[in-house]
Design a protein around this ligand. Structure first.
Ligand SMILES: Cc1cc2nc3c(=O)[nH]c(=O)nc-3n(C[C@H](O)[C@H](O)[C@H](O)COP(=O)(O)OP(=O)(O)OC[C@H]3O[C@@H](n4cnc5c(N)ncnc54)[C@H](O)[C@@H]3O)c2cc1C
Ligand SMILES: Cc1cc2nc3c(=O)[nH]c(=O)nc-3n(C[C@H](O)[C@H](O)[C@H](O)COP(=O)(O)O)c2cc1C
Length: 594
């Protein structure tokens, strides 16, 4: 391949890189070059190390995604693959890797973004989201774009982040290729239809094609060498140990799964997706309430199976979605439920406090197997923060699982996945799992950098992984754990691990807040305020701040952080907010909230 031809492709490589590339390709036959081009396209699509750092694009299609739990990322990946199969020059980039100012140089842009928290963008999308509403945001008159939102209409602010992106791009002068598409929890069909439609549009306005790239089937998956949501790995339960006392409010378990490290790899900060089986007792109750026959065959995505198997492995029974309640209203024709279904905020409140079995008790009705299967949503795997590091234990994943268990509407309820992991999965039983990468919740690259680790309840899980990792690496950075739960005596999770890290000199400080002990500060945010001056000193020393746990806790911590920075730093509110924002932008304030 001649140097001039490489140049003619308007390559983003610099001259030296082009020379190196030319040397590497010099001896290859045409067939080998075609293979290598496909291989590289596959690696690029999988986000492997060869994926180029962010570059300016004036011609091709850029697909930007903002994802917290992996869904938008996989939709964007598949969109990129479809675009390349059509010969389009497409690249897929996380918003966290995209320099917002370069937006002005894009011409064709597709955005796939989820909504988190209470209508907020995922952490990785915050910079771009914020930038678009600042005065620095450029006019985008030459940009053609479309936005796909992933969300859940159980939440008040359904797909709000996507709506923000769509509206802000339009107000900056960009032209829509298609109207905003909001997808609910069952998003695959809508996302596929939208992808086909927008790629048609992009095709219509695109003359250049990447004729020389051949994408070889299988390259992507092989390059990534990981299991994913659709092709999970099998893990075996090795340990299930309660780590709260019997009189603690929450039954929290230390779960150890044995894995094959060749197929399942993860980094500190990642979560594990778990595909579980529904409770057989609940399945019986649902069969009885509906009159549907367990042995009747039902079709799910063209696959035939008995209803019992579908209810066990494939259909969501615990999380009641408003759309399911609406569909049930249509079937049973109950007037009260019909009225409820018309009022979206009342319906949201109704389903938030109920599972399917409660709906069936409130509004009885009979259905056959096929109708019941058609009515229910696909089972949603649950995520758990990984509490171990492969640098220390390569062939295990540790989780901290709090069992959801409560009494309501005259019956006992159990969380579908937490009940499965803590009660129904027996030792050596196998469970399907996959890793969800959390690229926006990562240890500092510098092992000497100080860390402030803030978490309540199971939010402490990733910090166990962080400190294991640092211990295994011999890192020397200081750490400060700020942990909250209910009672010191009953639910101080992993107390011994923290003591060991303290002894080893890896954990400098531990600040505790037990809300029901009646002494000292109640919550972690109170600890932050109380220790404002010292925390500020750590920040000045370059500390990275992490927050993990409930969304509500995350918001309270954010407010406390702003206060303490203002107070200890002698800053006004605006300057304090800017300082915290800069920490976030520089990866020194990272959150994983659920
Ligand atoms: C990134 C991420 C990391 C996570 N990490 C962890 C972790 O490390 N450890 C951990 O334990 N969890 C973690 N979770 C939460 C976990 O994914 C599950 O949501 C949790 O275990 C509950 O799932 P479940 O299937 O047991 O309950 P579900 O079956 O989902 O619960 C069923 C339904 O019951 C209702 N409900 C629940 N409690 C009550 C109540 N008290 N009163 C009335 N109704 C109620 C709700 O409507 C709920 O939808 C994480 C979540 C995310 C997104
Ligand atoms: C903690 C949390 C908060 C969420 N908040 C919202 C919300 O406010 N609005 C919404 O439409 N969806 C919300 N969702 C649903 C997600 O947007 C949806 O699950 C989406 O598919 C996730 O895509 P991702 O994996 O790419 O982040 C929330 C999900 C989680 C886990």
């Amino acid at each position: 391949m001649a140097f001039s031809r490489l140049n003619a492709l308007a390559s983003p490589l610099d001259e030296q890189q082009l020379v190196n590339l030319q040397a590497a390709l010099a001896d290859l036959s045409a067939q080998q070059v075609a293979w290598v081009s496909g291989y590289l396209a596959g690696l690029g699509a999988a986000g492997a190390p060869v994926a180029e750092p962010e570059k300016v694009r004036t011609r091709g299609l850029t697909i930007l995604y903002g994802s917290q739990t992996g869904n938008a990322c996989s939709v964007a990946d598949s969109l990129g693959e479809k675009a390349r199969n059509r010969g389009l020059d497409a690249r897929v980039v996380s918003m966290s890797q995209f320099e917002p100012r370069n937006l002005a140089k894009e011409r064709r842009l597709l955005i796939v973004v989820s909504t988190q928290g209470e209508g907020e963008p995922p952490e990785s999308a915050l910079d771009l989201h914020d930038f678009l509403s600042t005065k620095r945001a450029p006019r985008l008159n030459d940009l053609r774009y479309a936005v796909l939102g992933l969300g859940d209409s159980s939440y008040e602010h359904f797909c709000r982040a996507a709506a923000d992106f769509d509206q802000r791009l339009a107000s900056l002068g960009a032209e829509r290729l298609a109207p905003l598409q909001c997808c609910d929890v069952v998003y695959e069909a809508d996302a596929n239809a939208w992808s086909a439609k927008v790629l048609d549009k992009v095709g219509e306005i695109t003359t250049e094609r990447r004729a020389e790239v051949v994408t070889l089937p299988g390259v992507r998956r092989a390059a990534a060498s990981k299991c994913d949501k659709d092709t999970p790995c099998r893990a075996a339960l090795l340990e299930n140990r309660r780590i709260t006392t019997d009189d603690a409010v929450a039954d929290v378990r230390h779960i150890v799964l044995g894995i094959d490290p060749e197929t399942l790899t993860f980094k500190p900060g990642d979560s594990l997706g778990v595909r579980f089986r529904n409770d057989p007792v609940l399945i019986e109750a649902i069969l009885e309430a509906t009159g549907a026959h367990a042995c009747e065959s039902v079709a799910l995505n063209g696959e035939e199976m008995e209803l019992r198997q579908a209810l066990s492995e494939r259909l969501e029974l615990a999380r009641l979605h408003p759309a399911v309640a609406k569909a049930w209203a249509g079937r049973v024709g109950a007037r009260d439920l019909g009225e409820l279904a018309e009022d979206s905020s009342r319906l949201r409140l109704y389903v938030a406090e109920r599972q399917l079995i409660d709906l069936l008790a409130d509004f009885p009705g009979r259905v056959d197997a096929a109708s019941l299967a058609a009515l229910l949503h696909p089972l949603q795997p649950r995520l758990y923060s990984i509490a171990s590091s492969q640098a220390e234990i390569e062939d295990e994943v540790h989780l901290v699982v709090s069992k959801v268990s409560y009494q309501a509407h005259g019956r006992d309820h159990t969380g579908a996945a937490s009940g499965y992991l803590t009660e129904r999965l027996a030792e050596d039983d196998r469970v399907d799992v996959y890793v969800v990468e959390s690229s926006a919740f990562r240890l500092p690259e510098d092992g000497d950098a100080p860390m402030i680790l803030i978490g309540a309840g199971t939010g402490v899980a990733p910090y166990r992984a962080f400190l294991q990792h640092r211990a295994a690496n011999g890192d020397t950075g200081r750490s400060w754990l700020i942990f909250g739960n209910r009672h010191f005596q009953r639910d101080f999770l992993y107390q011994r691990d923290w003591q060991a890290h303290r002894k080893a000199g890896l954990l400098d400080r531990v600040s505790l807040a037990f809300s029901r002990d009646g002494v000292g500060p109640r919550y972690v945010q109170h600890r932050l305020r109380e220790q404002a001056a010292e925390i500020y000193r750590w920040i000045e020393d370059g500390a990275h701040i992490y927050v993990c746990g409930s969304t509500a806790m995350g918001q309270a911590v954010q407010a406390a952080l702003l206060d303490l920075v203002a107070r200890a730093g002698g800053l006004d509110r605006e300057a304090a907010a800017e300082l915290v924002e800069n920490l976030r932008r520089n990866g020194r304030y990272q959150r994983d909230l659920y």
